[in-house]
Design a protein around this ligand. Structure first.
Ligand SMILES: Cc1ncc(COP(=O)(O)O)c(C=O)c1O
Length: 434
C-alpha cells in the first residue's frame, strides 16, 4: 500500500481546497471505537469525530443492521412509506413533547436547519430570523448566513432578514445579559416580523449557558409567537448526558434539529422534530429530499437508538463526563491551568496561561496521539463517544496531561530560548506509532 503522504498528495491534487479539509493532515485506513489509524500505522484517539461518533466508529451493531437492511430494502422512493423510516419517526417523536410532534428526515444538518426555518415562516407568516453571532448551523445559502453578519463578501448574497445577537459565550461583549438585552431590543424593534430564533442550546465548542438563559429567551419569544428552534445536531442524542441537550434547561423548543450521530456515525441523516401544530402546509414541499426516507439511513438510526437505550448510554455520558472533570480540571505539574467546560461528553479543554494558537494546539495534540480540533487559541474539543470505557477515559486524561506538559515546555522554551530537556514533544512518532 502507498504511504499516507502519497494519498494526501493525490487528495490535494483533485479536491477543491478549503478550510478544514483538503489539503488534509493525513490519510486513514481504519476507524474503530475511539480510535483512528492512519495508513502509516499511527493510532490516535479521536476527540473530534466530526461530532458523529457517539457510538465510536464502526459500531458492530450498526454495521450488522446495515448489512441486513441492504439485503431487505436498500432504497425506497419518497412516495412510498417503509417500515424503518416509520419506526424511526415514531421513536424520535415519542421522545419530544410526549409524542405530540411530527418530523421530517433529510440527509444533512444544513438542510434540516433550513427546513425548520421554512416551517417557522409558514407558521408565522413572517420572514425574520434571529441567530447568534459566531454560531454555526451549516453551509447552505440559508444556514450559513445564520453564523455571522460579517461573512466573506466573495461568497455572494445569502439569506437575508437575519438579526444577530451577542452570543452568551462572548464575555467581553457582555455575555448572557447582553444576549437577553439584544433579544429584547430586536423583538421590540421588529414587532410582528420575526419568525424564529435559531440557536444551539449548548454550543458545540462546549460553552454552556447560564441555567436560566433559555427559559428567559423562550419567554421573550413566546410573547410574540416567535418559534424557538434548537439546533442539537452535535449535542443531541445523549451526548451531554440528556437525550436532548435542552433537557438541561427545563425549556421545550417548538422544534429540535438532530443530525450527525443520527446516522449511526456511518451515514448522513438529520431530522427536524416539530410541535404537531406546525404541520400546516401539506400542499407545499417543505423538506423535499431524494434520500428523505431512505430505509438504510433510517435503519442506521434505529440501530443507534437501540444501542443507546440497551446500554443506558445517556446516563453513561453523564458519569463519564464527571470522571473527565475529576481527571482534568485544575493546575498541572508544569503550572498550566486546565479548565474543562461542557457537559457530559461534549467538552472542550482550555490550557490557560500559555501563548498558544490553534495550529500549535492541534499539532501538539497529534504528537501525543490525540486527534482534536482547536475551538479557539486556548482550547481543543474533547468530544468522546458514549461507549468510552473507564480505561479509555483514563488514557485520554493521561494524554491531555502530557499535552499540557509539552505546551508548558514550548512556552518555557519560547520565553527563555533555553530548551529544557524534560517533556520533549514526541513529534507524532512512538509510542503511538504501531
Ligand atoms: C451546530 C451545527 N449545526 C449544523 C451543522 C451542519 O450539519 P451538516 O454538516 O450535516 O450540514 C453543523 C455541522 O458541523 C453543526 O455543528
Amino acid at each position: 500500500m502507498k504511504d499516507g503522504a502519497d494519498i494526501v498528495a493525490r487528495d490535494a491534487a483533485v479536491f477543491i481546497h478549503q478550510d478544514g479539509s483538503s489539503p488534509c493532515i493525513g490519510a486513514l485506513r481504519a476507524a474503530k471505537g475511539l480510535w483512528i489509524e492512519d495508513v502509516d500505522g499511527r493510532r490516535y484517539i479521536d476527540l473530534h469525530g466530526n461530532s458523529c461518533h457517539h457510538l465510536g466508529h464502526a459500531h458492530p451493531r450498526i454495521i450488522a443492521a446495515l448489512k441486513d437492511q441492504l439485503d431487505q430494502l436498500a432504497f425506497s422512493p419518497r412516495r412510498f412509506a417503509n417500515a424503518p423510516a416509520a419506526e424511526l419517526a415514531e421513536r424520535l417523536t415519542a421522545r419530544f413533547r410526549g409524542g405530540r410532534s411530527r418530523l421530517l428526515l433529510m440527509p444533512g444538518g444544513c438542510e434540516a436547519i433550513e427546513t425548520a426555518i421554512r416551517l417557522a415562516r409558514i407558521a408565522t407568516g413572517r420572514s425574520g430570523i434571529i441567530a447568534l453571532e459566531g454560531s454555526y448551523h451549516g453551509h447552505g445559502m440559508g444556514s450559513l448566513a445564520l453564523s455571522s453578519g460579517r461573512l466573506d463578501s466573495r461568497l455572494g448574497s445569502q439569506l437575508t432578514d437575519i438579526h444577530h445577537l451577542t452570543p452568551y459565550w462572548d464575555q467581553a461583549g457582555g455575555g448572557a445579559e447582553a444576549m437577553i438585552a439584544d433579544l429584547a431590543a430586536c423583538l421590540a424593534q421588529n414587532r410582528g416580523r420575526i419568525a424564529c430564533l435559531v440557536a444551539e442550546p449548548i454550543r458545540s465548542n462546549a460553552h454552556v449557558p447560564p441555567s436560566d438563559l433559555w427559559t428567559r429567551c423562550a419567554g421573550l419569544c413566546a410573547e410574540q409567537g416567535v418559534k424557538l428552534i434548537f439546533d442539537e445536531i452535535p449535542s443531541g442524542l445523549g451526548k451531554t448526558g440528556r437525550f436532548f441537550a435542552h433537557e438541561h434547561f427545563g425549556v421545550t423548543p417548538d422544534m429540535v434539529v438532530l443530525g450527525k450521530a443520527l446516522g449511526g456515525g456511518v451515514l448522513p441523516l438529520a431530522a427536524v422534530i416539530a410541535d404537531d401544530r406546525l404541520n400546516l402546509a401539506p400542499e407545499l414541499s417543505v423538506g423535499h429530499f431524494t434520500h428523505e426516507k431512505n430505509p438504510l439511513l433510517a435503519r442506521a438510526a434505529l440501530a443507534m437508538l437501540d444501542v443507546i437505550e440497551d446500554g443506558s448510554l445517556v446516563a453513561a455520558a453523564e458519569i463519564r463526563g464527571q470522571q473527565l472533570e475529576k481527571l482534568l480540571d485544575g493546575q498541572t505539574a508544569s503550572g498550566l491551568f486546565l479548565r474543562l467546560r461542557g457537559l457530559g461528553l461534549l467538552r472542550a479543554l482550555a490550557f490557560e496561561g500559555a501563548p498558544l494558537g490553534e495550529a500549535l494546539l492541534e499539532r501538539t495534540a497529534l504528537a501525543v496521539g490525540l486527534s482534536a480540533t482547536a475551538k479557539d487559541d486556548f482550547s481543543i474539543g474533547v468530544s468522546l463517544p458514549l461507549i468510552s470505557s473507564d480505561e479509555e477515559i483514563r488514557i485520554v486524561a493521561e494524554r491531555l496531561h502530557q499535552m499540557a506538559e509539552n505546551l508548558a515546555f514550548l512556552q518555557d522554551a519560547h520565553a527563555s530560548a533555553q530548551p529544557r530537556k524534560a517533556h520533549r514533544p514526541n513529534n507524532g512518532q512512538d509510542p503511538h506509532h504501531t
